[in-house]
Design a protein around this ligand. Structure first.
Ligand SMILES: Cc1ncc(COP(=O)(O)O)c(C=O)c1O
Length: 414
Protein backbone atom coordinates (compact mmCIF):
# COMPACT_ATOMS: atom_id res chain seq x y z
CA UNK A 1 0.00 0.00 0.00
CA UNK A 2 2.76 2.38 1.00
CA UNK A 3 4.59 1.59 -2.22
CA UNK A 4 1.45 2.26 -4.27
CA UNK A 5 0.84 5.60 -2.55
CA UNK A 6 4.44 6.71 -2.91
CA UNK A 7 4.71 5.92 -6.58
CA UNK A 8 1.28 7.24 -7.53
CA UNK A 9 1.93 10.55 -5.85
CA UNK A 10 4.63 11.16 -8.47
CA UNK A 11 2.22 10.92 -11.42
CA UNK A 12 -0.15 13.91 -11.44
CA UNK A 13 -2.29 12.48 -14.26
CA UNK A 14 -3.33 9.53 -12.11
CA UNK A 15 -5.43 11.88 -10.00
CA UNK A 16 -7.81 12.73 -12.83
CA UNK A 17 -11.28 11.44 -13.54
CA UNK A 18 -12.81 9.97 -16.67
CA UNK A 19 -16.60 9.87 -17.01
CA UNK A 20 -16.84 11.34 -13.47
CA UNK A 21 -15.04 8.32 -12.03
CA UNK A 22 -11.46 7.87 -10.89
CA UNK A 23 -9.48 7.08 -14.01
CA UNK A 24 -7.88 3.64 -14.26
CA UNK A 25 -5.15 3.80 -16.87
CA UNK A 26 -4.53 0.32 -18.31
CA UNK A 27 -3.09 1.35 -21.70
CA UNK A 28 0.52 1.56 -20.62
CA UNK A 29 1.85 -0.63 -23.42
CA UNK A 30 0.68 2.06 -25.86
CA UNK A 31 2.21 4.88 -23.84
CA UNK A 32 3.17 5.22 -20.18
CA UNK A 33 2.54 8.21 -17.92
CA UNK A 34 5.26 10.64 -16.85
CA UNK A 35 6.47 11.23 -13.30
CA UNK A 36 7.08 14.68 -11.79
CA UNK A 37 10.85 14.43 -12.33
CA UNK A 38 10.33 14.11 -16.09
CA UNK A 39 7.61 16.77 -16.26
CA UNK A 40 9.81 19.14 -14.26
CA UNK A 41 12.80 18.78 -16.58
CA UNK A 42 10.61 19.10 -19.67
CA UNK A 43 9.19 22.32 -18.27
CA UNK A 44 12.57 23.66 -17.15
CA UNK A 45 14.18 23.12 -20.54
CA UNK A 46 11.37 24.95 -22.30
CA UNK A 47 11.52 27.82 -19.80
CA UNK A 48 15.29 28.14 -19.37
CA UNK A 49 17.44 26.19 -21.83
CA UNK A 50 15.58 26.13 -25.12
CA UNK A 51 18.14 26.42 -27.93
CA UNK A 52 19.26 24.27 -30.81
CA UNK A 53 21.90 21.69 -29.89
CA UNK A 54 25.39 20.84 -31.23
CA UNK A 55 25.66 24.05 -33.25
CA UNK A 56 26.03 27.41 -31.60
CA UNK A 57 28.70 28.68 -29.23
CA UNK A 58 26.25 30.53 -26.97
CA UNK A 59 25.38 29.54 -23.42
CA UNK A 60 21.86 28.30 -24.04
CA UNK A 61 23.00 26.01 -26.84
CA UNK A 62 25.72 24.56 -24.60
CA UNK A 63 23.19 23.96 -21.85
CA UNK A 64 20.69 22.27 -24.16
CA UNK A 65 23.43 20.16 -25.76
CA UNK A 66 24.70 19.09 -22.37
CA UNK A 67 21.20 18.04 -21.26
CA UNK A 68 20.60 16.12 -24.50
CA UNK A 69 23.92 14.31 -24.21
CA UNK A 70 23.11 13.45 -20.59
CA UNK A 71 20.00 11.73 -22.00
CA UNK A 72 22.21 9.71 -24.33
CA UNK A 73 24.57 8.83 -21.48
CA UNK A 74 21.60 7.69 -19.39
CA UNK A 75 20.46 5.42 -22.23
CA UNK A 76 24.00 4.03 -22.53
CA UNK A 77 24.05 3.23 -18.83
CA UNK A 78 20.52 1.81 -18.89
CA UNK A 79 21.33 -0.84 -21.52
CA UNK A 80 25.02 -1.11 -20.51
CA UNK A 81 26.38 -0.20 -23.94
CA UNK A 82 30.18 -0.05 -24.10
CA UNK A 83 30.14 3.54 -25.35
CA UNK A 84 27.75 6.47 -25.80
CA UNK A 85 28.79 6.39 -29.49
CA UNK A 86 26.72 3.21 -29.79
CA UNK A 87 23.53 5.05 -28.78
CA UNK A 88 21.65 6.69 -31.65
CA UNK A 89 18.72 8.81 -30.54
CA UNK A 90 15.77 8.46 -32.91
CA UNK A 91 12.11 9.48 -32.88
CA UNK A 92 11.15 6.07 -31.45
CA UNK A 93 11.27 2.33 -32.04
CA UNK A 94 9.57 2.67 -35.42
CA UNK A 95 12.12 5.20 -36.63
CA UNK A 96 14.97 3.02 -35.34
CA UNK A 97 13.79 -0.12 -37.13
CA UNK A 98 13.27 1.82 -40.36
CA UNK A 99 16.79 3.18 -39.98
CA UNK A 100 18.36 -0.24 -39.52
CA UNK A 101 16.28 -1.88 -42.27
CA UNK A 102 17.09 0.78 -44.87
CA UNK A 103 20.76 1.10 -43.91
CA UNK A 104 21.32 -2.68 -43.92
CA UNK A 105 19.90 -2.88 -47.43
CA UNK A 106 21.62 0.25 -48.77
CA UNK A 107 24.88 -0.98 -47.28
CA UNK A 108 24.55 -4.22 -49.26
CA UNK A 109 24.05 -6.44 -46.19
CA UNK A 110 20.56 -7.48 -47.36
CA UNK A 111 19.76 -7.88 -51.03
CA UNK A 112 18.08 -9.92 -53.75
CA UNK A 113 16.98 -13.37 -52.63
CA UNK A 114 17.95 -12.78 -48.97
CA UNK A 115 15.68 -13.82 -46.09
CA UNK A 116 14.75 -11.62 -43.11
CA UNK A 117 13.52 -13.61 -40.12
CA UNK A 118 10.60 -12.29 -38.03
CA UNK A 119 8.11 -14.00 -35.74
CA UNK A 120 4.41 -13.89 -36.53
CA UNK A 121 3.78 -11.87 -33.36
CA UNK A 122 5.69 -8.72 -34.37
CA UNK A 123 4.32 -5.18 -34.14
CA UNK A 124 3.73 -3.49 -37.52
CA UNK A 125 6.87 -1.46 -36.80
CA UNK A 126 8.89 -4.65 -37.03
CA UNK A 127 7.11 -5.93 -40.12
CA UNK A 128 6.46 -3.06 -42.51
CA UNK A 129 10.00 -1.55 -42.62
CA UNK A 130 11.35 -4.99 -43.60
CA UNK A 131 8.56 -5.50 -46.14
CA UNK A 132 9.59 -2.20 -47.72
CA UNK A 133 13.15 -3.48 -47.96
CA UNK A 134 11.82 -6.67 -49.57
CA UNK A 135 9.93 -4.66 -52.18
CA UNK A 136 12.85 -2.34 -52.87
CA UNK A 137 15.70 -4.86 -52.89
CA UNK A 138 14.12 -8.24 -53.75
CA UNK A 139 14.57 -9.80 -50.30
CA UNK A 140 11.84 -11.86 -48.60
CA UNK A 141 10.41 -12.41 -45.11
CA UNK A 142 10.76 -15.73 -43.25
CA UNK A 143 8.00 -15.69 -40.64
CA UNK A 144 8.32 -18.05 -37.66
CA UNK A 145 5.17 -19.24 -35.86
CA UNK A 146 4.50 -18.86 -32.13
CA UNK A 147 2.52 -21.19 -29.89
CA UNK A 148 -0.51 -19.08 -29.15
CA UNK A 149 -4.22 -19.34 -29.68
CA UNK A 150 -6.88 -21.89 -28.89
CA UNK A 151 -5.47 -24.58 -31.15
CA UNK A 152 -1.98 -24.77 -29.63
CA UNK A 153 -0.17 -24.76 -26.29
CA UNK A 154 -0.89 -21.01 -25.86
CA UNK A 155 2.48 -20.37 -24.24
CA UNK A 156 3.41 -17.53 -26.56
CA UNK A 157 6.68 -19.36 -27.21
CA UNK A 158 8.49 -18.96 -30.51
CA UNK A 159 8.70 -22.25 -32.43
CA UNK A 160 12.43 -22.78 -31.94
CA UNK A 161 12.60 -25.66 -34.43
CA UNK A 162 11.19 -23.39 -37.13
CA UNK A 163 13.61 -20.65 -35.98
CA UNK A 164 16.62 -22.96 -36.32
CA UNK A 165 15.44 -24.23 -39.69
CA UNK A 166 15.13 -20.66 -41.01
CA UNK A 167 18.59 -19.78 -39.67
CA UNK A 168 20.01 -22.83 -41.43
CA UNK A 169 18.32 -21.76 -44.68
CA UNK A 170 20.65 -18.78 -44.46
CA UNK A 171 18.61 -15.67 -43.59
CA UNK A 172 20.62 -12.43 -43.59
CA UNK A 173 18.93 -10.75 -40.62
CA UNK A 174 16.90 -11.67 -37.55
CA UNK A 175 14.52 -9.01 -36.18
CA UNK A 176 12.44 -10.06 -33.19
CA UNK A 177 10.57 -8.53 -30.30
CA UNK A 178 11.92 -8.91 -26.78
CA UNK A 179 8.25 -9.16 -25.77
CA UNK A 180 5.34 -9.08 -28.23
CA UNK A 181 2.86 -6.27 -27.57
CA UNK A 182 0.06 -8.82 -27.92
CA UNK A 183 1.37 -11.89 -26.14
CA UNK A 184 3.32 -10.42 -23.24
CA UNK A 185 5.56 -13.50 -23.20
CA UNK A 186 9.30 -12.91 -22.79
CA UNK A 187 11.29 -14.38 -25.69
CA UNK A 188 14.46 -16.42 -24.97
CA UNK A 189 16.74 -13.77 -26.42
CA UNK A 190 20.05 -15.17 -25.25
CA UNK A 191 19.41 -18.48 -26.95
CA UNK A 192 18.04 -16.82 -30.09
CA UNK A 193 20.95 -14.38 -30.40
CA UNK A 194 23.56 -17.09 -29.73
CA UNK A 195 22.07 -19.42 -32.35
CA UNK A 196 21.90 -16.66 -34.98
CA UNK A 197 25.43 -15.53 -34.22
CA UNK A 198 26.76 -19.07 -34.46
CA UNK A 199 25.81 -18.79 -38.15
CA UNK A 200 27.05 -15.19 -38.49
CA UNK A 201 23.54 -13.67 -38.71
CA UNK A 202 22.97 -10.23 -37.12
CA UNK A 203 20.07 -9.73 -34.70
CA UNK A 204 17.92 -6.68 -33.99
CA UNK A 205 15.73 -6.75 -30.90
CA UNK A 206 12.58 -4.65 -30.73
CA UNK A 207 12.60 -3.85 -27.03
CA UNK A 208 9.63 -1.46 -27.01
CA UNK A 209 7.76 -3.63 -24.49
CA UNK A 210 10.54 -5.78 -23.06
CA UNK A 211 12.78 -3.07 -21.64
CA UNK A 212 9.92 -1.60 -19.62
CA UNK A 213 9.76 -4.70 -17.43
CA UNK A 214 13.13 -6.47 -17.84
CA UNK A 215 16.74 -5.47 -17.22
CA UNK A 216 18.66 -5.28 -20.48
CA UNK A 217 22.41 -5.62 -20.83
CA UNK A 218 23.30 -5.42 -24.51
CA UNK A 219 26.89 -6.52 -23.95
CA UNK A 220 25.78 -9.64 -22.13
CA UNK A 221 23.06 -10.30 -24.70
CA UNK A 222 25.45 -9.71 -27.58
CA UNK A 223 22.68 -8.47 -29.92
CA UNK A 224 23.71 -6.24 -32.81
CA UNK A 225 20.85 -3.75 -32.36
CA UNK A 226 18.40 -3.11 -29.54
CA UNK A 227 15.76 -0.43 -29.72
CA UNK A 228 13.02 1.08 -27.54
CA UNK A 229 10.75 4.13 -27.28
CA UNK A 230 11.08 6.71 -24.51
CA UNK A 231 7.33 7.30 -24.17
CA UNK A 232 6.68 3.72 -23.05
CA UNK A 233 9.15 4.07 -20.18
CA UNK A 234 8.24 7.36 -18.46
CA UNK A 235 9.85 9.74 -21.01
CA UNK A 236 8.02 12.06 -23.43
CA UNK A 237 6.98 11.05 -26.95
CA UNK A 238 9.23 11.69 -29.91
CA UNK A 239 12.39 10.10 -28.58
CA UNK A 240 13.71 6.60 -29.00
CA UNK A 241 16.93 4.75 -28.39
CA UNK A 242 18.78 2.64 -30.92
CA UNK A 243 21.74 0.73 -29.55
CA UNK A 244 23.97 -0.53 -32.37
CA UNK A 245 27.28 -2.33 -32.05
CA UNK A 246 30.09 0.04 -33.02
CA UNK A 247 31.23 -2.17 -35.89
CA UNK A 248 27.74 -2.06 -37.43
CA UNK A 249 27.15 1.65 -36.94
CA UNK A 250 30.54 2.42 -38.45
CA UNK A 251 30.03 0.31 -41.55
CA UNK A 252 26.39 1.21 -42.24
CA UNK A 253 25.73 4.19 -44.53
CA UNK A 254 23.79 7.15 -43.05
CA UNK A 255 20.00 7.06 -43.11
CA UNK A 256 18.67 10.59 -43.64
CA UNK A 257 20.73 13.50 -44.88
CA UNK A 258 20.71 17.00 -43.42
CA UNK A 259 22.21 19.17 -40.72
CA UNK A 260 24.21 17.73 -37.79
CA UNK A 261 25.09 14.44 -39.55
CA UNK A 262 27.83 15.86 -41.74
CA UNK A 263 31.58 16.45 -41.66
CA UNK A 264 32.15 18.75 -44.63
CA UNK A 265 29.53 19.70 -47.23
CA UNK A 266 30.35 20.86 -50.74
CA UNK A 267 28.26 20.53 -53.88
CA UNK A 268 30.77 17.98 -55.18
CA UNK A 269 30.89 15.75 -52.12
CA UNK A 270 29.76 15.53 -48.52
CA UNK A 271 31.54 13.69 -45.74
CA UNK A 272 29.65 12.43 -42.72
CA UNK A 273 29.97 12.93 -39.00
CA UNK A 274 31.24 10.12 -36.79
CA UNK A 275 28.76 7.84 -35.03
CA UNK A 276 26.27 8.37 -33.51
CA UNK A 277 25.61 11.79 -35.10
CA UNK A 278 25.96 10.27 -38.58
CA UNK A 279 22.46 8.88 -37.95
CA UNK A 280 20.92 11.98 -36.37
CA UNK A 281 20.05 14.31 -39.25
CA UNK A 282 18.21 17.55 -38.49
CA UNK A 283 17.23 19.13 -35.20
CA UNK A 284 16.76 16.33 -32.69
CA UNK A 285 13.92 16.29 -30.18
CA UNK A 286 16.36 17.56 -27.60
CA UNK A 287 13.74 18.24 -24.92
CA UNK A 288 12.52 14.66 -24.99
CA UNK A 289 16.09 13.37 -25.38
CA UNK A 290 17.19 15.18 -22.23
CA UNK A 291 14.20 13.72 -20.38
CA UNK A 292 15.54 10.20 -20.94
CA UNK A 293 17.88 10.91 -18.01
CA UNK A 294 15.24 11.31 -15.26
CA UNK A 295 12.91 8.77 -16.94
CA UNK A 296 15.50 6.01 -17.09
CA UNK A 297 16.77 6.87 -13.60
CA UNK A 298 13.19 6.46 -12.39
CA UNK A 299 12.89 3.11 -14.21
CA UNK A 300 16.21 1.93 -12.71
CA UNK A 301 15.02 2.77 -9.22
CA UNK A 302 11.83 0.78 -9.86
CA UNK A 303 13.81 -2.19 -11.16
CA UNK A 304 16.07 -2.21 -8.11
CA UNK A 305 13.29 -1.85 -5.55
CA UNK A 306 12.17 -5.19 -4.04
CA UNK A 307 8.85 -3.53 -3.13
CA UNK A 308 8.26 -2.81 -6.84
CA UNK A 309 8.99 -6.43 -7.72
CA UNK A 310 6.62 -7.74 -5.05
CA UNK A 311 4.02 -5.26 -6.24
CA UNK A 312 4.31 -6.48 -9.84
CA UNK A 313 3.77 -10.07 -8.68
CA UNK A 314 0.68 -9.03 -6.75
CA UNK A 315 -0.67 -7.11 -9.77
CA UNK A 316 -0.17 -10.10 -12.03
CA UNK A 317 -1.83 -12.51 -9.61
CA UNK A 318 -4.77 -10.12 -9.30
CA UNK A 319 -5.07 -9.80 -13.09
CA UNK A 320 -4.93 -13.58 -13.56
CA UNK A 321 -7.77 -13.89 -11.04
CA UNK A 322 -9.76 -11.03 -12.61
CA UNK A 323 -9.63 -12.56 -16.09
CA UNK A 324 -10.34 -16.07 -14.80
CA UNK A 325 -13.44 -14.78 -12.99
CA UNK A 326 -15.20 -13.86 -16.25
CA UNK A 327 -16.75 -16.67 -18.23
CA UNK A 328 -15.63 -17.06 -21.83
CA UNK A 329 -12.40 -15.09 -21.56
CA UNK A 330 -9.51 -16.22 -23.75
CA UNK A 331 -6.12 -14.76 -22.76
CA UNK A 332 -3.32 -14.73 -25.33
CA UNK A 333 -0.25 -16.69 -24.18
CA UNK A 334 -1.97 -17.50 -20.89
CA UNK A 335 0.47 -20.37 -20.25
CA UNK A 336 3.59 -18.25 -20.86
CA UNK A 337 6.63 -19.47 -18.93
CA UNK A 338 7.58 -15.86 -18.26
CA UNK A 339 5.43 -12.80 -18.95
CA UNK A 340 5.18 -9.08 -18.34
CA UNK A 341 1.96 -7.51 -16.96
CA UNK A 342 0.38 -7.19 -20.40
CA UNK A 343 -2.78 -9.16 -21.18
CA UNK A 344 -4.55 -9.34 -24.52
CA UNK A 345 -7.87 -11.13 -24.37
CA UNK A 346 -11.24 -11.71 -25.95
CA UNK A 347 -14.59 -12.35 -24.27
CA UNK A 348 -16.94 -14.79 -25.93
CA UNK A 349 -20.00 -13.03 -27.35
CA UNK A 350 -18.65 -9.51 -26.66
CA UNK A 351 -17.02 -7.34 -29.31
CA UNK A 352 -13.75 -5.81 -28.01
CA UNK A 353 -14.60 -2.35 -29.32
CA UNK A 354 -18.00 -2.37 -27.56
CA UNK A 355 -16.35 -3.57 -24.36
CA UNK A 356 -13.64 -0.90 -24.52
CA UNK A 357 -16.23 1.81 -25.14
CA UNK A 358 -18.30 0.73 -22.15
CA UNK A 359 -15.22 0.32 -19.95
CA UNK A 360 -14.22 3.89 -20.80
CA UNK A 361 -17.60 5.04 -19.52
CA UNK A 362 -16.65 3.35 -16.24
CA UNK A 363 -13.26 5.11 -16.14
CA UNK A 364 -11.08 2.27 -17.51
CA UNK A 365 -8.70 3.24 -20.32
CA UNK A 366 -7.94 0.10 -22.33
CA UNK A 367 -6.66 -0.64 -25.81
CA UNK A 368 -8.79 -2.56 -28.29
CA UNK A 369 -8.61 -3.58 -31.95
CA UNK A 370 -5.64 -5.08 -33.76
CA UNK A 371 -3.18 -3.09 -31.69
CA UNK A 372 -0.70 -2.63 -34.58
CA UNK A 373 -0.06 -6.36 -34.80
CA UNK A 374 -2.70 -7.46 -37.28
CA UNK A 375 -1.26 -10.82 -38.35
CA UNK A 376 -1.21 -12.34 -34.85
CA UNK A 377 -4.46 -10.68 -33.75
CA UNK A 378 -6.18 -11.96 -36.90
CA UNK A 379 -5.02 -15.49 -36.11
CA UNK A 380 -5.70 -15.70 -32.38
CA UNK A 381 -8.23 -12.96 -31.74
CA UNK A 382 -10.41 -12.86 -34.85
CA UNK A 383 -9.03 -9.44 -35.82
CA UNK A 384 -9.73 -7.59 -32.58
CA UNK A 385 -8.82 -8.02 -28.91
CA UNK A 386 -8.82 -6.06 -25.67
CA UNK A 387 -5.56 -5.33 -23.89
CA UNK A 388 -4.87 -4.37 -20.30
CA UNK A 389 -1.25 -3.39 -19.66
CA UNK A 390 0.01 -2.37 -16.24
CA UNK A 391 2.86 -0.34 -14.80
CA UNK A 392 4.26 -0.16 -11.27
CA UNK A 393 1.82 2.71 -10.56
CA UNK A 394 -1.16 0.42 -11.26
CA UNK A 395 -2.86 -0.91 -8.13
CA UNK A 396 -4.36 -4.20 -7.01
CA UNK A 397 -7.56 -2.34 -6.12
CA UNK A 398 -7.78 -1.09 -9.72
CA UNK A 399 -7.41 -4.63 -11.01
CA UNK A 400 -10.10 -5.87 -8.62
CA UNK A 401 -12.44 -3.07 -9.73
CA UNK A 402 -11.64 -4.06 -13.30
CA UNK A 403 -12.90 -7.61 -12.62
CA UNK A 404 -16.24 -6.15 -11.45
CA UNK A 405 -16.40 -3.82 -14.46
CA UNK A 406 -15.81 -6.75 -16.82
CA UNK A 407 -18.65 -8.69 -15.21
CA UNK A 408 -20.97 -5.73 -15.76
CA UNK A 409 -19.85 -5.30 -19.36
CA UNK A 410 -20.53 -8.96 -20.08
CA UNK A 411 -24.00 -8.71 -18.54
CA UNK A 412 -24.80 -5.66 -20.67
CA UNK A 413 -23.36 -6.87 -23.95
CA UNK A 414 -23.89 -10.61 -24.07
C1 LIG B 1 6.62 -4.30 -29.65
C2 LIG B 1 6.50 -2.92 -30.22
N1 LIG B 1 7.33 -2.54 -31.19
C3 LIG B 1 7.30 -1.31 -31.73
C4 LIG B 1 6.39 -0.37 -31.30
C5 LIG B 1 6.38 0.99 -31.93
O1 LIG B 1 6.73 1.96 -31.02
P1 LIG B 1 6.65 3.52 -31.42
O2 LIG B 1 5.26 3.75 -31.93
O3 LIG B 1 6.94 4.22 -30.15
O4 LIG B 1 7.67 3.76 -32.47
C6 LIG B 1 5.49 -0.71 -30.29
C7 LIG B 1 4.47 0.25 -29.84
O5 LIG B 1 3.43 -0.11 -29.36
C8 LIG B 1 5.55 -2.02 -29.73
O6 LIG B 1 4.72 -2.39 -28.76
Amino acid sequence: MLFEQQIRSQFPILGREVASRPMVYFDNAATSQRPECVLALQDEICRRHNANIHRAVHTLSYEATDLYEKGRAAAQKFVNAASADEIVLTAGTTAAINLVAQCMARGGFIGKGDGILLTEAEHHSNIVPWQMVCEQYGAHLEVIPVDAGRDSANTGAVDMEAYRAALRRGVKMVSIAHVSNILGAVNPLREMVAEAHALGIPVLIDGAQGIVHRKVDVQELGCDFYTFSGHKIYAPTGIGVLYGKREWLEKLPPYMGGGDMVGKVTFEKTTYADIPLKFEAGTANFVAGACLAPALEFASQMAADPAAQAHEKALMAAMDAALASVEGVFVAAKEAAERIPLYSFTIEGVHPLDAATLLDKMGFELRSGHMCAEPIVDRIGGGSMLRASLMPYSTVAEVEAFADALQRVVKMLR
